[in-house]
Design a protein around this ligand. Structure first.
Ligand code: BEZ
Ligand code: FE
Length: 289
C-alpha cells in the first residue's frame, strides 16, 4: 500500500504482521504498535523529540555491560518491573509477596552453613536473621534453598566495588527439615540505584531521587512451590514511601530490632550492640503442569 498517512499507517503496519505463525509474537507486536502509535498521536510527538528518544535508548544500550543492566533500571524506574511482577505473581492472601529482582543478584554466590556470617566480616552493626519457610496451610517446607544478598553499611553491593576478589554480603543456605533458617550478617543501609548514566539523567530531569529504602533480598526455592523473589524492608526506614523502583509492600516491612551488647540469638557473646530480624516466608504451591 502507498500514500500512507496519519489515519492509515497504523492499520497497514498491523496488516503487514498478520502472516506470522507465532501467535504470541503477533499479539505482543500488535499491542505494541497500537500503543506506540496512540502515544505518538496523543502527545503529538515532534521529530526532535523522536530523535531525543532514540538517542536516549541508544545511550541506555551503550552503557549496558555484563555488570550493568541499564534497560532493567529503566523498566524499574518506570514501574514496568513492578507491574509485570504484580500481574505474574497473583497470590492468595497469606503468601509472602514478591517484589523487584534488581540487578545485583549473582548466579554463583557461595554456599554458607546455617548460622554462618554471610557478610564475610564486613564492618557494620551485627545482624542475626532467622525465620521459617512454610506453605499456605501452615505446613513446614523442609530444606528450602534461600539465596540472600544485600548492600553494606555504606549502601554498596559487593559487585559495585572495584577490584573485588571474593563475594561479600551474599550467600546461599538451606533451611532445615523443620523449615528453619538462620544466619548472621550486618545491617544494610538505604542506597541510590546506579544514577551516573542515562537512567540517572532521566530521574534528574524528572526531579526524582534515586534512593531505595534499606532492605535485604531473598530468593526462596523449594520443590512443589513457586519460586519467591522478594525483600524484607526496615520498619521506619527512609524512602519506604518513595522507593525509586516502586518495590515496597507493607507486608514486607519488618522490625529490625536493636539490642545492647550481650548474648546473641545464636548463643554467642556479642560485644557490641546488634540487631535481630525474625521473618517467616509463606510459599505459594506451584501450578500443576
Ligand atoms: C536492588 O534492590 O538491588 C535494585 C532494584 C532495582 C534497581 C536497582 C537496584
Ligand atoms: Fe537491593
Amino acid at each position: 500500500m502507498r500514500n500512507l498517512d496519519e489515519t492509515t499507517i497504523t492499520q497497514e503496519v498491523l496488516a503487514r504482521n498478520v502472516g506470522t505463525r507465532d501467535r504470541r509474537l503477533h499479539q505482543i507486536i500488535t499491542g505494541l504498535v497500537q500503543h506506540l502509535h496512540a502515544f505518538a498521536r496523543e502527545v503529538q510527538l515532534t521529530e526532535q523529540e523522536w530523535e531525543k528518544g532514540i538517542e536516549f535508548l541508544t545511550s541506555v544500550g551503550q552503557i549496558c555491560s555484563p555488570v550493568r543492566q541499564e534497560f532493567i533500571l529503566l523498566s524499574d524506574i518506570l514501574g514496568l518491573s513492578t507491574l509485570v511482577i504484580a500481574q505474574n505473581h497473583r497470590k492468595p492472601d497469606g503468601c509472602t509477596e514478591a517484589t523487584v529482582f534488581g540487578p545485583f543478584h549473582v548466579a554463583d554466590a557461595p554456599f554458607i552453613e546455617s548460622g554462618a556470617d554471610l557478610s564475610k566480616n564486613l564492618p557494620g552493626t551485627p545482624w542475626f536473621v532467622r525465620g521459617t519457610v512454610r506453605g499456605l496451610s501452615g505446613e513446614v517446607v523442609p530444606h528450602a534453598v534461600l539465596e540472600v544478598w544485600q548492600a553494606d553499611d555504606q549502601g554498596y553491593y559487593d559487585v559495585q566495588k572495584p577490584g573485588l576478589d571474593a563475594y561479600e554480603g551474599r550467600g546461599i543456605l538451606r533451611a532445615d527439615a523443620q523449615g528453619h533458617f538462620h544466619f548472621r550478617t550486618i545491617v544494610p543501609e538505604a542506597y541510590p540505584i546506579p544514577h551516573d548514566g542515562p537512567v540517572g539523567n532521566l530521574l534528574a530531569a524528572l526531579e526524582r531521587h534515586p534512593w531505595r529504602p534499606a532492605h535485604l533480598h531473598f530468593m526462596v526455592s523449594a520443590e512443589g512451590y513457586e519460586r519467591l523473589v522478594t525483600h524484607v524492608f526496615k520498619e521506619g526506614g527512609e524512602y519506604l514511601d518513595s522507593d525509586t523502583v516502586f518495590g515496597v509492600r507493607t507486608s514486607l516491612i519488618a522490625e529490625w530490632v536493636k539490642h545492647e551488647a550481650g548474648i546473641a540469638p545464636d548463643g554467642t557473646q556479642c560485644d557490641e550492640p546488634f540487631c535481630t530480624l525474625d521473618f517467616d516466608f509463606v510459599l505459594k504451591p506451584s501450578e500443576p503442569d
